[in-house]
Design a protein around this ligand. Structure first.
Ligand SMILES: O=C(O)CCC(=O)C(=O)O
Ligand SMILES: [Fe+2]
Length: 330
């Protein structure tokens, strides 16, 4: 990992072993990581039984970096098998790591899945796929994946995003920029706190056309009780519809996010945890190999019950007909 001075949280060998054993037991019972009510119940029980060391390292993000890297887990290259050619063919590839990630996500909060994305799985496979090189989705490669809030279009979006590395032979970096590090004038902040533009669903979603109602306008920045938060996805924001003052403030925010952006090149086993209210993430362009040795991440999204980082007005958004399914009852 090349992170400069970013927060790293080490997991000790006993915790790594404990997590692995818990995941193996669940996989031995269900033979798949695909979610079922019974599997999720077992995950909830096993997560509760995990020890204080894991719990401590999974505590909330506690610096203005808005992220941390969990280090210590392993992802054995031979055991993982070849990188799947696309998420659609990944199935149960390296399923024990799906369950490990789901257990950690459950320690942090409540994992979510989307009916319209990666067949409703709670852990997604992020791999480059032929024909998708230029998209603004996890499956792309040859283009810069521009900095974004994960699932910015939706009020049920994650509070935390987890990216677990299976393979990254070319050291391809994820980028991350925290709103708590940007310098913006009060007038720009006030402008960007106004709900002016919608954020439309991204291309990773199928069937988002059938929603009831016009796209809601949402604020880009918001002063929460804990400080400034953001909801930002320029690739899916119709900026041309805004007045020039708003566009100028938005451009200054974008430039500041670029200025404070850091690169995180994950090594196998490392898990990047990003606070989705503070940090926008993206990825540098790369050349896909398409030979079974490509970069391969596992992704989980987490809601944190009781967190008050979102404007009240989000509660009435339609979410474009998409539903975030929570793993565990609340
Ligand atoms: O590939 C990456 O590093 C990040 C991709 C991404 O934006 C995501 O998985 O949400
Ligand atoms: Fe993303």
């Amino acid at each position: 990992m090349s992170t400069g001075a970013l927060p790293v949280r080490p997991l000790d060998a006993a915790s790594v072993h404990e997590l692995r054993r818990a995941a193996e037991r669940i996989l031995a019972e269900f033979r798949t990581s695909a979610a079922s009510p019974a599997l999720l119940e077992r995950v909830a029980g096993a997560a509760k039984a995990l020890g204080p060391a894991i719990r401590h390292q999974c505590r909330p993000v506690d610096t203005d970096d808005g992220l941390y890297v969990l280090r210590g887990l392993t992802a054995d290259d031979a055991e993982a098998g070849p990188t799947p050619a696309s998420w659609a063919t990944a199935g149960d590839s390296a399923a024990v790591h799906d369950i490990e990630l789901l257990l950690l996500a459950t320690v942090m909060g409540n994992p979510i899945a989307w009916e319209g994305q990666q067949e409703g799985r709670f852990v997604h496979n992020i791999v480059p796929a032929t024909g998708h090189e230029q998209e603004q989705t996890g499956a792309s490669s040859s283009v810069l994946l521009s900095p974004h809030t994960e699932d910015a279009f939706h009020p049920g979006r994650a509070h935390l995003l987890m990216l677990g590395c299976m393979r990254n032979r070319d050291n391809i970096a994820t980028t991350a920029a925290s709103v708590r590090k940007v310098r913006l004038g009060d007038a720009d902040i006030a402008e960007l706190c106004r709900p002016v533009l919608p954020i439309l669903p991204d291309d990773a979603y199928t069937k988002t056309q059938c929603f009831g109602g016009p796209p809601p306008s949402v604020p880009t920045l918001w002063q929460s009780e804990d400080g400034l938060t953001l909801r930002f996805d320029p690739a899916y924001t119709p900026l041309e519809q805004a007045a020039s003052a708003y566009r100028a403030a938005y451009a200054r925010l974008e430039a500041e996010l670029a200025r404070v952006s850091v690169v995180v090149s994950l090594s196998p086993g490392e898990v990047l945890v990003v606070d989705n209210d503070l940090v926008v993430h993206g990825r540098v362009p790369f050349k896909a190999r398409y030979d079974g040795t490509d970069r391969w991440l596992k992704r989980a999204s987490v809601r944190v019950p009781g967190r008050r980082t979102r404007p009240a007005a989000e509660a009435i958004e339609h979410g474009y007909g998409q539903t975030a399914v929570e793993a565990h009852g609340v």
